[in-house]
Design a protein. Structure first.
Length: 142
């Protein structure tokens, strides 16, 4: 098992993994998300490799106030083996070393398995409302 920063040669495997895990949406082009991440704190875009295959990913960031986690994905046939925990531990340590006081993440409300996973890692629900505004239309609809 190797945890390392994403490299461009990983892109096809990463996008395939995200699709198999149900993380992609029509309004978020995963290739564009990867390209954008490579310009900002690329060392916080992690892959976990097993036998030369990308088995898990996590994309993190720290803006000076809060850290964020996106695209935590574990291959469906590799779940319940501790891979997500390994990546989250690394993604907690890297921003903490930069002085990050708290990590935030968003989980779709109907994803009970993901909520249970994060709760088991010590994450709790915050009494907030998530708001968003699309600035770039990756789907090309307007």
């Amino acid at each position: 098992m190797t945890v390392r920063a994403f490299v461009p040669a990983d892109e096809d495997q990463v996008v395939d993994l995200w699709r198999r895990c149900g993380l992609t949406r029509p309004w978020n082009d995963p290739h564009a998300d990867i390209a954008r991440k490579r310009t900002t704190q690329p060392e916080l875009f992690l892959v976990l490799e097993l036998d030369g295959v990308v088995a898990a990913t996590a994309m993190g960031g720290y803006d000076g106030h809060r850290g964020w986690v996106n695209y935590l994905a574990v291959a469906p046939d590799r779940r319940h083996q501790g891979l997500g925990r390994v990546l989250m531990t690394e993604l907690e340590q890297l921003p903490a070393a930069r002085g990050c006081p708290k990590l935030n993440l968003q989980v779709r409300a109907d994803n009970a398995a993901a909520i249970a996973f994060y709760t088991g890692l010590g994450y709790g629900r915050d009494d907030v409302v998530s708001l968003g505004k699309r600035l770039i239309d990756d789907a090309g609809e307007g």
